[in-house]
Design a protein around this ligand. Structure first.
Ligand SMILES: [Zn+2]
Length: 144
């Protein structure tokens, strides 16, 4: 039986954050959708830096984490085993004993699209003098 290829897409959500009455900034968060749904709960987030590292080297990564920053708080005890073969990337959720296979091209293109959005918002908010924080998703140096 051949395993099907899963569809992976990425989304950028932009929201206003405040830490006080006079301190407001914009924040961009990366989201991962697999076959149209996030593989994590609403209390979890994506770790963009871990995701980028996992594209360059196989291994075990905490691609997802509780928003507090502790993966195990969100039930991610062992993380995701990432492997690359034949233009495909496999993610194996060790805790939930689930795995997905994606086209590497889908990941690269999806992240590039989000990066374009990030760049757009960056320059937009800069002109308005509004701070904007978002992950940098450019794969610098990795051969594709
Ligand atoms: Zn937590």
């Amino acid at each position: 039986m051949t395993q099907e290829i899963d569809r992976i897409t990425f989304e950028l959500t932009v929201r206003a954050v405040h830490s006080g009455p006079d301190d407001v900034w914009m924040q961009g968060d990366l989201h991962v959708l697999i076959n149209g749904h996030p593989p994590y709960s609403i209390n979890d987030m994506v770790d963009p830096a871990a995701l980028l590292r996992s594209l360059a080297a196989e291994g075990r990564y905490f691609l997802f984490s509780c928003t507090c920053g502790a993966p195990e708080c969100g039930g991610w005890e062992q993380g995701i085993a990432v492997s690359h073969r034949d233009q495909l990337t496999e993610w194996k959720d060790i805790d939930k004993e689930t795995s997905w296979r994606f086209k590497q091209q889908d990941i690269a293109e999806g992240l590039r699209e989000v990066q374009t959005e990030v760049d757009f918002f960056k320059s937009f908010f800069r002109v308005k003098n509004i701070r904007f924080y978002a992950p940098d998703l450019e794969d610098r140096g990795s051969a594709t």
